[in-house]
Design a protein around this ligand. Structure first.
Ligand code: SAM
Length: 286
């Protein structure tokens, strides 16, 4: 391993260690889980990422800034995530370009100086915002680059996930909890300014009438790989593993919240205010 790689590994380890020590709601939009941050960091290292981008900000911003040369972060100033991130001593501010404003407005107007090695979609989660972000990101991700999509348990984001898992441009690497990891294949880029729905594998596979599809895309059946897995709306049995991953994440988050609440209750301020509250209740009743 080169000296530069060792330095990066050390910086990543330090950032991940710091991130793992933060409470579950370190910022008010909810942090990525340490296991997901670790996967992001490891994939970035594996592909030697130097230019990255994300929507939303938080622990991921600090972690990516530790290991890449240039990171673009599209986020809003509402809430406290931006302020929290900008106050972290570990943040490599010199490597991060914060593009402030709704990604719905900033992303379409942004021009990236070079292709992106890794992007994370974790900003606004309502439909069709993640899809819109995907539209602007996919054109910029280099072959071999990584696309990370968080919150695939949200039904509309799950739809995006279902399509990407069945798209020739992407190899589905893995899901870590409710975050999906894809790698850009060698397949040609889908023309962002044309149409071509009938060439998309997901549409071919799920078109209501396969015989009609034969007319739209002759030979589609021969190149069709095995189905990547159950779709949104599949039976509970089919999605069993996925659901248990979600339950695991909730269990961890609930345990963290319970621990934080317990710590709060035993803090000095609670001990002082609790008797006053009790007294206030008695006075109120009388
Ligand atoms: C779930 S958090 C991101 C968590 C972060 N990846 C982490 O590791 O902690 C969602 C982020 O999206 C930002 N956000 C919400 N609406 C947005 C919008 N319209 N455009 C850009 N960012 C937005 C929030 O301020 C927040 O920083």
């Amino acid at each position: 391993m080169s000296k530069a790689d060792t330095t990066k590994q050390q910086a990543l380890a330090k950032a991940l260690e710091w991130a793992a020590q933060q409470p579950a709601w370190w910022h008010d939009s909810g942090n990525l889980n340490p296991a997901v941050l670790e996967a992001i960091g490891n994939y970035a290292m594996r592909i030697n990422a130097s230019a990255t981008a994300e929507t939303g900000c938080g622990l991921s911003t600090v972690v990516l800034s530790a290991i890449v040369d240039s990171h673009t972060c599209f986020t809003v100033a509402a809430g406290n995530s931006l302020a929290q991130v900008q106050n972290v001593a570990l943040l490599r501010l010199d490597r991060v370009n914060f593009v402030i404003g709704p990604s719905q407005l900033t992303l379409p107007n942004h021009s990236f100086a070079r292709p992106l090695d890794l992007t994370l979609i974790d900003g606004p989660h309502g439909f069709p915002f993640a899809h819109m972000e995907y539209f602007y990101f996919y054109q910029k991700i280099r072959r071999g680059g990584i696309l990370v999509v968080d919150d695939i348990h949200i039904p509309t984001i799950r739809q995006l996930y279902d399509v990407l898992r069945d798209d020739k441009m992407w190899a589905h690497l893995e899901d870590v909890m409710t975050t999906a990891f894809f790698q850009r294949t060698e397949a040609p880029m889908f023309d962002p300014y044309g149409d071509g729905w009938e060439r998309q594998q997901f549409n071919q596979r799920h078109f209501h009438c396969p015989e009609t599809m034969d007319g739209y895309a002759p030979g589609w059946r021969e190149s069709m790989p095995a189905a990547p897995g159950p779709l949104l709306g599949a039976s509970l049995e089919q999605v069993g593993t996925f659901r248990s991953m979600q339950d695991e994440r909730l269990k961890i988050e609930n345990a963290q919240l319970r621990a934080e609440n317990a710590a709060l209750r035993s803090s000095t301020s609670w001990r002082i205010t609790a008797p006053l509250r009790a007294l206030f209740k008695i006075v109120k009743r009388a």
